[in-house]
Design a protein around this ligand. Structure first.
Ligand SMILES: [Zn+2]
Length: 284
């Protein structure tokens, strides 16, 4: 009974939507509104400014409609599918026009600004939803998306529990972090008491669920810990030309270590996984 009711309702909605579309078409053939992959746009927005347009990850079918929509709003944007610094600036201008500032105007498309931009132009699939910015994991502040990612990584290693040394949204936090923890999606995971193998297993678990994660070591002038950036998190901090956490995603993607010298990733091959992000991993 319920199923039948739902079916009838769904047909009614479809018919109404079709009528609306015909009414709007004004007799001209009109291309269907594209559906874009929001997570993939964010991945491009984090990798392509520093790494260039990436053949392996580029998704022009998702990025070009965003660029075209920005141009249609009167914000000069080249619709070439490359989410570089130009598109980042244009997107930040769109966010400021919506009245956003600070982290909400960082040039990375968040759910509300992208939904607003797409009104009448495109719809979103694979939505990246950070949830609450004041969620927590093990007593450290993170957003909900990051918490879910950490829990999923932790569940891959049931023999011990992950704990955090440092959370996100932590301006003026640990000095050696170069501002990377000011925004969302960035955490330091403890490796205290773990064997070398266990440390690498933690790195692999974090990478598996979509973190750009590296073991930091005393040889790199750090206390042992894992620095992890939640790939495609739109809250990654960018200010005054400082794109450190964002560009760490590019560094990770090309197999480097995300540090100032951008050396090679020292992770043993057995603990590396294919580049992925949370929505892809979860099938969101
Ligand atoms: Zn860190």
């Amino acid at each position: 009974m319920n199923t039948r009711t739902r079916t009838i309702r769904a047909v009614g909605v479809t018919a109404a939507a079709a009528c609306f579309a015909i009414g709007m078409s004004n007799g001209m053939a009109r291309a269907a509104t594209p559906t874009i992959d929001m997570a993939r746009v964010l991945v491009a927005a984090q990798i392509e400014p520093d790494c260039g347009q990436t053949a392996a990850l580029s998704d022009n079918a998702s990025t070009i409609p965003v660029q075209q929509a920005l141009a249609a709003k009167g914000i000069a944007t080249t619709a070439d599918g490359w989410y570089g610094n130009g598109t980042t600036s244009s997107y930040a201008a769109w966010q400021r026009r919506l009245g956003y500032s600070g982290i909400d105007a960082n040039g990375l498309p968040g759910l509300s600004s992208l939904t607003s931009l797409g009104s009448g132009r495109f719809t979103l699939a694979h939505k990246v939803n950070i949830g609450s910015r004041t969620d927590s994991y093990g007593g450290k502040r993170v957003n909900t998306r990051t918490r879910l990612m950490l829990q999923a990584a932790d569940n891959l290693l049931p023999r011990w529990n992950f704990s955090l040394v440092q959370g996100s949204y932590n301006p003026g936090g640990v000095g050696a972090s170069a501002g990377t923890h000011d925004g969302g999606g960035v955490v330091d995971v403890s490796v205290a008491g773990l064997s070398s193998t266990q440390m690498w297993e933690e790195v692999r678990a974090l990478r598996t669920v979509g973190f750009a994660a590296w073991l930091r070591t005393p040889a790199q002038n750090f206390d042992y810990h894992i620095h992890a950036v939640a790939i495609a998190d739109p809250d990654i901090w960018q200010q005054d030309g400082g794109h450190v956490a964002r560009d760490q995603v590019c560094s990770f993607w090309r197999g480097h270590n995300g540090l100032a010298g951008d050396g090679l990733d020292n992770t043993p091959s057995a603990y590396r996984v294919s580049f992925t992000w949370w929505e892809k991993y979860k099938g969101i």
